[in-house]
Design a protein around this ligand. Structure first.
Ligand code: BES
Ligand code: MN
Ligand code: ZN
Length: 506
């Protein structure tokens, strides 16, 4: 999609649709409509609360006099004091979902006024989030439909009001970044939405290779023989139940500066999780093609980092396999030896994510990165604890936990810190091996994280359990059903922050 920037009064832009944001507590028409014939009517509707401005609420008016666009799309930005980049992103998605059902050659987006009545202009971060939302909204989950249900706009024109006081340079930069980041989120969503037979471990690894090399990242795809040579007992054990061999992908971006510290990103890539012999009930398997979201998000973040030319050393590891029930599947009571020599008694083959991550984390840690962050659709227990919108954040390092939480806040994505106290580890004691792969009945998200912690050693590490936010069951105004591509925007925010430190990299 082509994205252009204009400095002009929004009402004068000829387009199919003009998107204008309104705040919930707004009592006068937004600046973009000042002086247009419709202004008094909008003001009346706002005063009468007929236009509410709740986040993601959309009202379309067609053929409005004095507006050069064919239609005006008013989208709610929520209450001014609560406005953040999450609200901006949601508004972008909601407005676009309403428009992109048909082919539109030109759509204009009026940059909203800032939430702070004192300071007239929107921050460039909020503009970025809004445009990211627009890009994400142009793509739906209907990958396999005969007729596409969503259409990217021929051109998106971002219209900056000359009176807004917004710096044009920063607005231009924000819009360019938004296009790249929005497309990265869509890449993660698309991979998640692919049917499992179209993303077997080898196919997914090849897609990762193609996407990474296209943007000049160095990428290595390990086959079964290499994975055996590297003694990835967890990944091999999980893959044993499948006719498809596993894959391990290493993607690297070097910033070039000497002694530049590295951030390692690790993603769980289970392309279908049947549970293995500890078989899931059918209804719990319906969305288990999404169990590779962590890997998709890591890949998408790497692609975004390359396209944004971020000055960071970052390396992505994707651990990819199916979890199936074939005749060679791992059995309960089997013992697997992980990459670092730790032995694990398997008492539930559905706790497979931690086994493949154990190898990936141990390998990542051996290469001495400054920090490691992993993303995994790891436990249903995390959804029991936090619901479907909030990820569990676990970390062995206070500074890093704070960094990740504040990056999430800047992106408008939601995390909640969870405990890793030492005594939870007792729940993973095995009679026969160093560890067992399941804890007890309670604190399932914590025992899973405690398991992972063993394999990072002393490396500062954060783990995001994204079982909830990775997938959306319902179709809402501001979110499509299916894969969400969650936390690509947070990881990019984290990398941008580090890249901002003049050549110091991560
Ligand atoms: N992939 C699942 C976790 C999951 C559940 C993700 C629901 C998204 C939605 C994971 O591999 C799993 O099956 N975890 C088990 C762990 C248990 C056996 C200790 C779970 O959560 O039930
Ligand atoms: Mn499982
Ligand atoms: Zn799983």
């Amino acid at each position: 999609m082509i994205v252009e920037k204009f400095v002009a009064p929004a009402s004068k832009i000829a387009s199919r649709r003009l998107i204008v944001g309104i705040y919930e507590d707004q009592t006068v028409a937004p600046r973009a409509l000042r002086g247009a014939a419709i202004e008094p009517m909008i003001t009346r509707l706002l005063a009468a609360k007929e236009l509410s401005g709740g986040v993601g609420e959309v009202t379309t008016l067609l053929g409005v006099e004095g507006i050069s666009a064919d239609g005006l799309v008013l989208v709610g930005l929520g209450a001014r004091p609560k406005f953040d980049n999450g609200a901006a992103f949601a508004a972008g998605v909601a407005a676009t979902k309403r428009i992109a059902g048909k082919q539109r050659d030109v759509v204009a987006l009026a940059v909203p006024e800032g939430p702070d009545e004192e300071r007239a202009e929107l921050t460039s971060d909020a503009l970025r989030a809004l445009v990211e939302g627009v890009i994400v909204g142009t793509r739906g989950p209907g990958l396999c439909k005969k007729e596409p249900s969503r259409h990217a706009f021929g051109r998106l024109e971002v219209v900056i009001d000359p009176a807004s006081g917004m710096s044009l340079d920063s607005a231009h930069a924000a819009v360019e970044q938004a296009r790249i980041v929005g497309e990265a989120v869509n890449l993660a969503r698309e991979l998640t939405n692919l049917p499992p037979r179209e993303k077997t471990p080898r196919l997914l690894a090849e897609r990762a290779r193609a996407a990474a090399s296209e943007v000049g990242l160095s990428v290595e795809v390990w086959d079964q023989a290499r994975i055996e040579a590297e003694r990835f007992g967890g990944l091999l054990g999980v893959a044993a139940g499948s006719d498809e061999p596993p894959a391990f992908v290493v993607i690297e971006r070097k910033c070039g500066a000497p002694d530049c510290p590295t951030l390692a990103l690790v993603g769980k890539g289970v392309t279908f999780d049947s549970g293995g012999l500890s078989l899931k009930p059918s209804s719990s398997m319906e969305d288990m093609k999404s169990d590779m979201t962590g890997a998709a998000v890591v890949l998408a973040t790497m692609v975004a980092a390359a396209r944004l030319s971020l000055h960071v050393n970052v390396v992505g590891y994707l651990a990819i396999t199916e979890n199936m029930t074939g005749g060679s599947a791992v059995k309960l009571g089997d013992v697997l030896t992980m990459r670092d020599g730790t032995t694990v008694e398997i008492l539930n083959t559905d706790a497979e994510g931690r086994l493949i991550l154990a190898d990936a984390l141990a390998y990542a840690a051996e290469r001495k990165p400054a920090r490691i962050i992993d993303l995994a659709t790891l436990t249903g227990a995390c959804m029991v604890a936090l619901g479907s919108k909030v990820a569990g954040l676990f970390s062995n390092d206070e500074h890093f936990a704070t960094d990740v939480a504040s990056a999430a806040r800047r992106a408008g994505e939601r995390v909640w810190r969870m405990p890793l106290d030492a005594d939870y580890k007792e729940l993973l004691k095995s009679n026969v091996a160093d560890l067992k792969n399941v804890g007890g009945k309670y604190a399932g998200a914590v025992t899973a994280a405690k398991f992972l912690e063993v394999f990072v050693g002393e490396t500062p590490w954060a783990h995001l359990d994204i079982a909830g936010p990775s997938w959306s069951d319902g179709d809402s105004a501001a979110q499509d059903p299916g894969g969400t591509g969650c936390f690509v925007r947070t990881l990019v925010a984290l990398l941008m922050e580090k890249a901002g430190r003049e050549g110091r990299g991560y």
